[in-house]
Design a protein around this ligand. Structure first.
Ligand SMILES: Cc1cc2nc3c(=O)[nH]c(=O)nc-3n(C[C@H](O)[C@H](O)[C@H](O)COP(=O)(O)OP(=O)(O)OC[C@H]3O[C@@H](n4cnc5c(N)ncnc54)[C@H](O)[C@@H]3O)c2cc1C
Length: 406
């Protein structure tokens, strides 16, 4: 493992830091970063466009499609430096992190020409239409049907938990095209226009008050065969590109850290004196410190692999398992410390701009999105530790013969 920047990396870091210092915008939208606030969305788009024009958006993508034509290590360094600034939110993450890379890998040339550049510049937003009520962890169990009709396909069914569907222009959809073969073999991927007749988006109201994700219904949605991404029946293989990118994109995670809890404990008095004197709390903070250091060094390992031109392995799943639980645990303790003020969620009046309240409400979602804790632990067990595989009874059965319980 290499903890230090090489001279080339250090020079790039200086350059990125200087550019960010000169160009990172001052935020003026609502402080909760809600993307339904048009001011916030406009700021996000403007920031993305500015980065694209300077070659800092999609740093590793080819210049011909609006990317920066750079290396993975440059992308990691820029991300680290950008995280130091309070830049606008990122409604482009799902499109640029997952959907558009899938179009670039498996789509036809016309689609690449049409979609990549506007997405890089923040002009068009994408959502990922994979999960269904009975197909989440087991996404290959998708039941949304696409049936061939001449030069078109007709789509019926339902997706759920679709982040950003309500402000997206396009979606990447996994549909069942052949129920007579085993589940992984009868899927096909399409891109769809989210504003087309036959697409209905219903926002899901969350406990945080926001509606970040949606149910999406398809009623006789007609798509052209040219909207197919990859071969008929090859949707599972195509979706693996999306899913691999998803884990890397969600990875790390953060929120207010253990140092903030320590500072809070040094300032807050309880019935028995300063909170920081409490040995049980000190033990927790020490434990979080150890976990945060472990995460930091795991990230160094990923960074080292990238700067050597290697691909990070399944061990990148560790980052999300540890950081999401850590975030939830720290936020719950910090809100206890804040006592009656801990229940205030308005960032204008809550302590520390409601950083811990927001983290507590986001953490459960983070532990589910992009692979639940249990699924990621299965991956670590099977592919990192080499333990025996989970039992998969329906792998070779025709999809239509898998019992549904109805
Ligand atoms: C914030 C957020 C954003 C999301 N955004 C999107 C999006 O944009 N697009 C999209 O398509 N989806 C999205 N999702 C959906 C997400 O991918 C699924 O919620 C996730 O894959 C889990 O599926 P599920 O909710 O159906 O739970 P299930 O798969 O039904 O799991 C239920 C429980 O069973 C456990 N379990 C399941 N299988 C196993 C197993 N083999 N071994 C051990 N335990 C198991 C799970 O860990 C979980 O605890 C989002 C989810 C969240 C929370």
């Amino acid at each position: 493992m290499d903890f230090n920047d090489t001279s080339q990396e250090a020079a790039y870091r200086d350059e990125a830091r200087a550019w960010l210092a000169a160009n990172a915008p001052k935020r003026s939208g609502a402080p909760d970063n809600g993307l339904d606030d048009p001011t916030n969305m406009e700021e996000c788009r403007a920031w993305q466009r500015k980065k694209a024009e300077a070659g800092y958006a999609c740093i590793t993508w080819p210049k011909q499609w609006g990317g920066g034509g750079g290396a993975q290590w440059q992308s990691v360094i820029f991300g680290q430096e950008e995280a130091r600034f309070d830049t606008p939110g990122n409604p482009f993450q799902i499109g640029l992190g997952m959907c558009v890379p899938t179009v670039m890998t498996s789509g036809n040339e016309a689609d690449k020409e049409r979609f990549v550049r506007p997405a890089v510049r923040g002009e068009e937003i994408w959502c990922q239409l994979f999960s269904e009520p009975a197909a989440g962890s087991d996404v290959a169990a998708a039941r949304t049907r696409a049936v061939r009709d001449g030069a078109d396909w007709v789509i019926n069914g339902q997706k759920v938990w679709t982040s950003g569907a309500h402000f997206s222009d396009f979606g990447l959809l996994l549909a069942r095209t052949d129920p007579d073969v085993p589940k992984h073999k009868g899927l096909t991927m399409f891109w769809i226009d989210m504003k087309a007749p036959g697409v209905e988006v219903r926002p899901i109201h969350q406990m945080s008050g926001a509606s970040n994700f949606n149910e999406v219904y398809f009623s006789d949605l007609r798509v052209k065969d040219s909207q197919r991404v990859g071969a008929v029946g090859d949707g599972w293989r195509t979706s693996l590109v999306t899913l691999m990118n998803e884990r890397l994109a969600i990875g790390g995670g953060g929120g207010a850290g253990h140092r903030t809890v320590l500072k809070l404990a040094q300032e807050i008095s309880t019935l028995t004196g300063l909170a920081v004197k409490d040995s049980a709390l000190r033990e927790k903070i020490a434990d979080w410190f150890v976990q945060a250091e472990g995460l930091k060094y795991t990230r160094y390992r990923t960074m080292t692999a990238l700067s050597r031109g290697q691909t990070p392995g399944p061990e990148s799943s560790i980052g999300k398992v540890v950081s999401a639980t850590l975030m939830q645990d720290m936020a719950a303790t910090a809100m206890d410390l804040e006592d009656q003020f801990g229940i205030i969620s308005d960032p204008q009046t809550a302590p520390l701009a409601a950083g811990f309240q927001t983290a507590l409400m986001n953490a459960p979602g983070l532990r589910i999105a992009g692979g639940t804790d249990e699924i990621l632990r299965n991956i670590i067990a099977e592919r990192v530790l080499g333990l025996p595989q989970d039992v998969r009874l329906d792998k070779e059965v025709a999809f239509k013969d898998i019992p549904t319980g109805r």
